[in-house]
Design a protein around this ligand. Structure first.
Ligand code: PMP
Length: 378
Protein backbone atom coordinates (compact mmCIF):
# COMPACT_ATOMS: atom_id res chain seq x y z
CA UNK A 1 0.00 0.00 0.00
CA UNK A 2 1.19 3.50 -0.74
CA UNK A 3 2.28 5.68 2.16
CA UNK A 4 -0.57 7.18 4.23
CA UNK A 5 -1.51 10.70 3.09
CA UNK A 6 -1.47 11.65 6.77
CA UNK A 7 2.07 10.52 7.56
CA UNK A 8 3.10 14.17 7.98
CA UNK A 9 0.39 14.60 10.66
CA UNK A 10 1.74 11.62 12.60
CA UNK A 11 5.21 13.14 12.37
CA UNK A 12 3.90 16.41 13.81
CA UNK A 13 2.13 14.50 16.58
CA UNK A 14 5.38 12.74 17.51
CA UNK A 15 7.23 16.07 17.63
CA UNK A 16 4.48 17.52 19.81
CA UNK A 17 4.72 14.58 22.20
CA UNK A 18 8.50 14.93 22.39
CA UNK A 19 8.11 18.61 23.25
CA UNK A 20 5.42 17.86 25.88
CA UNK A 21 2.92 20.07 24.05
CA UNK A 22 0.09 17.63 23.35
CA UNK A 23 -3.40 19.02 24.00
CA UNK A 24 -6.30 16.83 25.02
CA UNK A 25 -9.99 17.40 25.67
CA UNK A 26 -11.38 16.84 29.12
CA UNK A 27 -15.19 16.90 29.39
CA UNK A 28 -16.29 19.05 32.31
CA UNK A 29 -18.72 17.18 34.60
CA UNK A 30 -22.02 19.01 35.17
CA UNK A 31 -21.76 18.71 38.94
CA UNK A 32 -18.03 19.38 39.31
CA UNK A 33 -16.92 20.37 42.79
CA UNK A 34 -13.92 22.18 41.28
CA UNK A 35 -13.61 25.88 41.95
CA UNK A 36 -13.43 27.25 38.42
CA UNK A 37 -10.95 30.04 37.66
CA UNK A 38 -10.32 28.69 34.16
CA UNK A 39 -13.54 29.63 32.35
CA UNK A 40 -14.55 33.11 31.24
CA UNK A 41 -17.79 33.36 33.20
CA UNK A 42 -16.56 36.64 34.74
CA UNK A 43 -19.84 37.67 36.30
CA UNK A 44 -21.04 34.22 37.32
CA UNK A 45 -24.05 34.48 34.98
CA UNK A 46 -23.68 31.30 32.89
CA UNK A 47 -25.67 29.28 35.44
CA UNK A 48 -27.83 32.09 36.79
CA UNK A 49 -31.45 30.81 36.85
CA UNK A 50 -32.73 33.85 34.93
CA UNK A 51 -30.19 33.19 32.18
CA UNK A 52 -30.73 29.44 31.89
CA UNK A 53 -34.52 29.88 32.06
CA UNK A 54 -34.38 32.50 29.28
CA UNK A 55 -32.36 30.05 27.16
CA UNK A 56 -34.91 27.27 27.75
CA UNK A 57 -37.83 29.61 27.01
CA UNK A 58 -36.22 30.81 23.78
CA UNK A 59 -35.61 27.25 22.64
CA UNK A 60 -39.23 26.31 23.39
CA UNK A 61 -40.51 29.37 21.54
CA UNK A 62 -38.15 29.47 18.54
CA UNK A 63 -36.62 26.01 18.36
CA UNK A 64 -33.26 24.39 18.99
CA UNK A 65 -31.54 26.35 16.24
CA UNK A 66 -32.02 29.49 14.15
CA UNK A 67 -32.97 27.32 11.11
CA UNK A 68 -31.16 29.50 8.59
CA UNK A 69 -28.87 32.42 7.98
CA UNK A 70 -29.91 35.76 9.42
CA UNK A 71 -30.87 37.10 5.99
CA UNK A 72 -33.13 34.12 5.22
CA UNK A 73 -34.98 32.68 8.23
CA UNK A 74 -32.53 33.03 11.12
CA UNK A 75 -33.55 36.44 12.50
CA UNK A 76 -36.02 36.38 15.39
CA UNK A 77 -37.42 39.15 17.58
CA UNK A 78 -34.88 38.03 20.19
CA UNK A 79 -31.98 38.82 17.86
CA UNK A 80 -33.41 42.27 17.14
CA UNK A 81 -34.00 43.00 20.84
CA UNK A 82 -30.51 41.81 21.74
CA UNK A 83 -28.97 44.03 19.08
CA UNK A 84 -30.95 47.07 20.21
CA UNK A 85 -30.21 46.57 23.90
CA UNK A 86 -26.55 45.68 23.44
CA UNK A 87 -25.91 48.78 21.32
CA UNK A 88 -27.80 50.96 23.81
CA UNK A 89 -26.00 49.51 26.83
CA UNK A 90 -22.52 49.96 25.32
CA UNK A 91 -23.32 53.43 23.93
CA UNK A 92 -23.13 52.60 20.22
CA UNK A 93 -25.60 53.49 17.50
CA UNK A 94 -26.06 49.99 16.14
CA UNK A 95 -25.13 46.34 16.71
CA UNK A 96 -25.11 43.12 14.71
CA UNK A 97 -25.08 39.71 16.37
CA UNK A 98 -22.99 36.80 15.05
CA UNK A 99 -22.80 33.13 15.97
CA UNK A 100 -19.48 33.73 17.77
CA UNK A 101 -17.05 36.44 18.74
CA UNK A 102 -14.64 34.77 16.32
CA UNK A 103 -17.07 35.26 13.43
CA UNK A 104 -17.71 38.87 14.54
CA UNK A 105 -13.98 39.61 14.44
CA UNK A 106 -13.56 38.05 11.00
CA UNK A 107 -16.48 40.20 9.81
CA UNK A 108 -15.29 43.47 11.32
CA UNK A 109 -11.79 43.27 9.88
CA UNK A 110 -12.54 41.81 6.45
CA UNK A 111 -15.46 44.11 5.60
CA UNK A 112 -13.69 47.28 6.71
CA UNK A 113 -10.39 46.57 4.96
CA UNK A 114 -11.02 46.55 1.18
CA UNK A 115 -8.45 46.06 -1.54
CA UNK A 116 -5.82 48.82 -1.31
CA UNK A 117 -6.37 49.47 2.39
CA UNK A 118 -3.86 49.24 5.24
CA UNK A 119 -4.54 47.26 8.42
CA UNK A 120 -2.31 48.09 11.37
CA UNK A 121 -2.52 45.20 13.83
CA UNK A 122 -1.11 44.90 17.38
CA UNK A 123 1.36 42.00 17.76
CA UNK A 124 -0.58 40.73 20.79
CA UNK A 125 -3.98 40.53 19.10
CA UNK A 126 -6.28 37.52 19.47
CA UNK A 127 -6.12 34.77 16.84
CA UNK A 128 -9.53 35.76 15.45
CA UNK A 129 -8.33 39.29 14.67
CA UNK A 130 -5.17 37.84 13.13
CA UNK A 131 -7.28 35.56 10.96
CA UNK A 132 -9.44 38.55 10.00
CA UNK A 133 -6.29 40.29 8.77
CA UNK A 134 -5.27 37.18 6.83
CA UNK A 135 -8.64 36.98 5.09
CA UNK A 136 -8.97 40.71 4.37
CA UNK A 137 -8.15 42.16 0.94
CA UNK A 138 -6.09 44.96 2.48
CA UNK A 139 -2.42 44.74 3.45
CA UNK A 140 -1.56 44.04 7.08
CA UNK A 141 1.27 45.58 9.02
CA UNK A 142 1.85 44.05 12.45
CA UNK A 143 3.20 46.58 14.96
CA UNK A 144 4.80 46.32 18.40
CA UNK A 145 2.44 45.54 21.27
CA UNK A 146 0.53 48.49 22.77
CA UNK A 147 2.70 51.06 20.99
CA UNK A 148 0.83 54.11 19.57
CA UNK A 149 4.05 55.51 18.07
CA UNK A 150 4.54 52.32 16.07
CA UNK A 151 0.92 52.71 14.91
CA UNK A 152 1.59 56.31 13.80
CA UNK A 153 4.69 55.23 11.91
CA UNK A 154 2.74 52.52 10.10
CA UNK A 155 -0.12 54.92 9.27
CA UNK A 156 2.37 57.28 7.58
CA UNK A 157 2.69 54.74 4.77
CA UNK A 158 -1.02 54.55 3.99
CA UNK A 159 -2.41 55.52 0.62
CA UNK A 160 -6.01 54.22 0.86
CA UNK A 161 -8.43 53.55 3.73
CA UNK A 162 -6.73 52.54 6.98
CA UNK A 163 -7.77 50.51 9.98
CA UNK A 164 -6.08 50.13 13.36
CA UNK A 165 -6.99 46.81 14.97
CA UNK A 166 -6.48 45.98 18.65
CA UNK A 167 -7.84 43.97 21.53
CA UNK A 168 -8.94 46.27 24.37
CA UNK A 169 -7.78 43.76 26.99
CA UNK A 170 -5.27 41.21 25.72
CA UNK A 171 -6.39 37.66 26.31
CA UNK A 172 -3.10 36.10 27.41
CA UNK A 173 -1.75 38.66 29.89
CA UNK A 174 -4.89 40.66 30.65
CA UNK A 175 -3.07 43.94 29.99
CA UNK A 176 -4.80 46.95 28.39
CA UNK A 177 -4.48 48.63 25.00
CA UNK A 178 -3.74 52.38 25.10
CA UNK A 179 -7.17 53.14 23.62
CA UNK A 180 -7.12 56.95 23.97
CA UNK A 181 -3.70 57.16 22.30
CA UNK A 182 -4.72 54.74 19.55
CA UNK A 183 -7.86 56.79 18.87
CA UNK A 184 -5.78 59.97 18.72
CA UNK A 185 -3.37 58.33 16.26
CA UNK A 186 -6.30 57.18 14.13
CA UNK A 187 -7.76 60.70 14.06
CA UNK A 188 -4.45 62.23 12.96
CA UNK A 189 -4.49 59.99 9.89
CA UNK A 190 -8.22 59.57 9.26
CA UNK A 191 -8.04 55.88 10.12
CA UNK A 192 -10.78 53.80 11.73
CA UNK A 193 -10.24 52.15 15.11
CA UNK A 194 -11.51 48.57 15.32
CA UNK A 195 -11.28 46.96 18.75
CA UNK A 196 -12.14 43.61 20.26
CA UNK A 197 -13.74 44.13 23.68
CA UNK A 198 -14.24 40.42 24.43
CA UNK A 199 -12.70 40.84 27.88
CA UNK A 200 -13.96 44.37 28.56
CA UNK A 201 -17.73 43.98 28.17
CA UNK A 202 -19.34 43.35 31.54
CA UNK A 203 -16.15 44.15 33.43
CA UNK A 204 -14.85 47.60 32.40
CA UNK A 205 -16.67 50.94 32.20
CA UNK A 206 -19.65 52.12 34.16
CA UNK A 207 -21.51 48.96 35.28
CA UNK A 208 -19.70 46.85 32.66
CA UNK A 209 -20.45 48.98 29.57
CA UNK A 210 -17.04 48.06 28.23
CA UNK A 211 -13.59 49.46 27.54
CA UNK A 212 -14.76 51.88 24.84
CA UNK A 213 -17.26 53.43 27.24
CA UNK A 214 -14.53 53.68 29.88
CA UNK A 215 -12.25 55.46 27.39
CA UNK A 216 -14.96 57.89 26.26
CA UNK A 217 -14.93 56.37 22.76
CA UNK A 218 -18.30 54.61 22.72
CA UNK A 219 -20.44 55.76 19.83
CA UNK A 220 -17.66 57.73 18.10
CA UNK A 221 -18.17 57.87 14.31
CA UNK A 222 -14.73 56.40 13.61
CA UNK A 223 -14.81 53.57 16.18
CA UNK A 224 -16.11 50.02 15.74
CA UNK A 225 -15.86 47.33 18.39
CA UNK A 226 -16.63 43.67 18.65
CA UNK A 227 -17.74 41.85 21.79
CA UNK A 228 -18.40 38.25 22.68
CA UNK A 229 -21.55 36.99 24.40
CA UNK A 230 -19.62 33.97 25.67
CA UNK A 231 -17.65 35.46 28.55
CA UNK A 232 -19.25 37.99 30.91
CA UNK A 233 -22.74 37.35 29.50
CA UNK A 234 -22.44 33.62 30.13
CA UNK A 235 -23.95 32.68 26.76
CA UNK A 236 -22.55 32.10 23.29
CA UNK A 237 -22.16 34.34 20.24
CA UNK A 238 -20.62 37.67 19.35
CA UNK A 239 -21.49 41.12 18.02
CA UNK A 240 -20.09 44.08 16.12
CA UNK A 241 -21.04 47.54 17.44
CA UNK A 242 -20.62 50.80 15.55
CA UNK A 243 -22.21 53.55 13.48
CA UNK A 244 -25.45 52.45 11.75
CA UNK A 245 -24.09 52.83 8.21
CA UNK A 246 -21.10 50.62 9.08
CA UNK A 247 -23.37 47.94 10.56
CA UNK A 248 -25.60 48.11 7.44
CA UNK A 249 -22.48 47.51 5.36
CA UNK A 250 -21.72 44.40 7.42
CA UNK A 251 -25.25 43.05 6.85
CA UNK A 252 -24.61 43.32 3.13
CA UNK A 253 -20.95 42.32 2.94
CA UNK A 254 -19.80 40.21 5.92
CA UNK A 255 -19.36 36.63 4.79
CA UNK A 256 -19.46 35.24 8.36
CA UNK A 257 -22.87 36.92 8.69
CA UNK A 258 -24.37 36.12 5.29
CA UNK A 259 -23.20 32.51 4.92
CA UNK A 260 -23.45 31.40 8.57
CA UNK A 261 -26.57 30.11 10.34
CA UNK A 262 -27.86 32.72 12.76
CA UNK A 263 -27.07 32.57 16.47
CA UNK A 264 -29.22 29.91 18.21
CA UNK A 265 -32.31 31.52 19.84
CA UNK A 266 -31.37 29.96 23.20
CA UNK A 267 -28.05 31.81 23.10
CA UNK A 268 -29.69 35.08 22.08
CA UNK A 269 -32.25 34.70 24.89
CA UNK A 270 -29.57 33.87 27.46
CA UNK A 271 -27.42 36.83 26.43
CA UNK A 272 -30.38 39.18 26.57
CA UNK A 273 -31.31 37.96 30.06
CA UNK A 274 -27.70 38.36 31.22
CA UNK A 275 -27.53 41.87 29.79
CA UNK A 276 -30.72 42.85 31.67
CA UNK A 277 -29.31 41.32 34.86
CA UNK A 278 -26.15 43.35 34.45
CA UNK A 279 -28.21 46.54 34.04
CA UNK A 280 -30.01 45.70 37.27
CA UNK A 281 -26.90 44.62 39.16
CA UNK A 282 -24.10 46.87 37.87
CA UNK A 283 -22.00 46.09 40.95
CA UNK A 284 -21.07 42.74 39.41
CA UNK A 285 -18.57 44.49 37.10
CA UNK A 286 -16.72 46.20 39.95
CA UNK A 287 -16.69 43.01 41.98
CA UNK A 288 -15.03 41.07 39.12
CA UNK A 289 -12.33 43.77 38.90
CA UNK A 290 -11.84 43.76 42.69
CA UNK A 291 -11.44 39.95 42.74
CA UNK A 292 -8.85 40.19 39.96
CA UNK A 293 -6.88 42.83 41.84
CA UNK A 294 -7.04 40.81 45.06
CA UNK A 295 -5.78 37.68 43.26
CA UNK A 296 -2.92 39.67 41.75
CA UNK A 297 -1.91 41.40 44.97
CA UNK A 298 -1.98 38.28 47.09
CA UNK A 299 -0.10 36.12 44.59
CA UNK A 300 2.62 38.72 43.98
CA UNK A 301 2.93 39.32 47.75
CA UNK A 302 3.75 35.60 47.98
CA UNK A 303 6.57 36.07 45.48
CA UNK A 304 4.83 34.96 42.26
CA UNK A 305 5.32 36.96 39.09
CA UNK A 306 2.08 38.23 37.59
CA UNK A 307 0.80 40.98 35.30
CA UNK A 308 -1.28 43.69 37.00
CA UNK A 309 -4.80 42.96 35.72
CA UNK A 310 -6.79 45.57 33.86
CA UNK A 311 -10.01 43.58 33.78
CA UNK A 312 -10.76 40.03 35.00
CA UNK A 313 -7.84 38.09 33.48
CA UNK A 314 -4.86 37.46 35.78
CA UNK A 315 -1.74 36.02 34.18
CA UNK A 316 0.86 34.32 36.40
CA UNK A 317 4.23 33.45 34.98
CA UNK A 318 5.45 29.83 35.01
CA UNK A 319 9.11 28.83 34.70
CA UNK A 320 8.59 26.35 31.83
CA UNK A 321 5.78 24.67 29.84
CA UNK A 322 6.30 21.43 31.81
CA UNK A 323 6.14 23.23 35.14
CA UNK A 324 3.08 25.21 34.04
CA UNK A 325 1.34 21.96 33.20
CA UNK A 326 2.31 20.32 36.51
CA UNK A 327 1.32 23.45 38.45
CA UNK A 328 -2.12 23.50 36.83
CA UNK A 329 -2.51 19.74 37.42
CA UNK A 330 -1.60 20.13 41.10
CA UNK A 331 -4.15 22.95 41.46
CA UNK A 332 -6.79 20.70 39.90
CA UNK A 333 -5.83 17.90 42.28
CA UNK A 334 -6.47 20.34 45.12
CA UNK A 335 -9.89 21.29 43.71
CA UNK A 336 -9.06 24.41 41.67
CA UNK A 337 -9.34 24.68 37.87
CA UNK A 338 -6.96 27.21 36.31
CA UNK A 339 -6.03 27.88 32.70
CA UNK A 340 -2.61 26.90 31.43
CA UNK A 341 -1.14 28.76 28.43
CA UNK A 342 1.84 27.19 26.69
CA UNK A 343 3.50 27.59 23.31
CA UNK A 344 2.28 27.76 20.59
CA UNK A 345 -0.74 29.59 22.09
CA UNK A 346 1.73 32.08 23.52
CA UNK A 347 3.96 33.36 20.72
CA UNK A 348 6.54 34.80 23.15
CA UNK A 349 7.25 31.28 24.44
CA UNK A 350 6.48 32.21 28.05
CA UNK A 351 4.12 29.77 29.74
CA UNK A 352 1.54 31.06 32.18
CA UNK A 353 -1.25 30.09 34.48
CA UNK A 354 -4.27 32.09 33.45
CA UNK A 355 -6.79 32.85 36.16
CA UNK A 356 -10.13 34.49 35.58
CA UNK A 357 -11.64 36.49 38.36
CA UNK A 358 -15.34 35.95 38.98
CA UNK A 359 -17.78 38.38 40.52
CA UNK A 360 -19.53 35.55 42.35
CA UNK A 361 -16.43 34.30 44.16
CA UNK A 362 -16.88 34.46 47.94
CA UNK A 363 -14.08 35.73 50.16
CA UNK A 364 -13.63 32.16 51.42
CA UNK A 365 -13.27 30.82 47.86
CA UNK A 366 -10.79 33.58 47.06
CA UNK A 367 -8.70 32.61 50.12
CA UNK A 368 -8.81 28.98 49.06
CA UNK A 369 -7.81 29.74 45.47
CA UNK A 370 -4.81 31.81 46.57
CA UNK A 371 -3.72 29.14 49.06
CA UNK A 372 -3.97 26.33 46.50
CA UNK A 373 -2.01 28.22 43.83
CA UNK A 374 0.80 29.11 46.23
CA UNK A 375 1.01 25.62 47.73
CA UNK A 376 0.93 23.92 44.33
CA UNK A 377 3.85 26.08 43.23
CA UNK A 378 6.09 24.66 45.97
N1 PMP B 1 -11.52 37.75 21.06
C1 PMP B 1 -10.87 37.48 22.20
C2 PMP B 1 -9.93 38.48 22.74
C3 PMP B 1 -11.08 36.26 22.85
O1 PMP B 1 -10.41 35.98 23.97
C4 PMP B 1 -12.00 35.33 22.30
C5 PMP B 1 -12.33 34.03 22.99
N2 PMP B 1 -11.27 33.22 23.26
C6 PMP B 1 -12.62 35.66 21.11
C7 PMP B 1 -12.39 36.87 20.52
C8 PMP B 1 -13.55 34.70 20.44
O2 PMP B 1 -14.84 34.85 20.93
P1 PMP B 1 -15.85 33.60 20.87
O3 PMP B 1 -15.37 32.63 21.88
O4 PMP B 1 -17.17 34.21 21.19
O5 PMP B 1 -15.78 33.07 19.48
Amino acid sequence: MAQSPFEWIDEQARARRRAGLVRTLRPRPADSALLDLAGNDYLGLARHPEVTEAAARAARTWGGGATGSRLVSGSTELHAELERELAGFCGFESALVFSSGYAANLAAVTTLAPHGSLIVSDAGNHASLIDGCRLARGTTQVVAHADPDAVRKALHTRTGPALVVSDTVFSVDGDAAPLADLAAACREFGAALVTDDAHGLGVLGDGGRGALWAAGLAGAPDVVTTVTLSKSLGSQGGAVLGPAHVIDHLVNAARTFIFDTGLAPASAGAALAALRLLRREPERAARARAVATALYERLTAAGLEAVRPHAAVVSVRAPSPEQALRWAADCREAGLAVGCFRPPSVPDGISRLRLTARADLTDGQLDRAVRVIIEARR
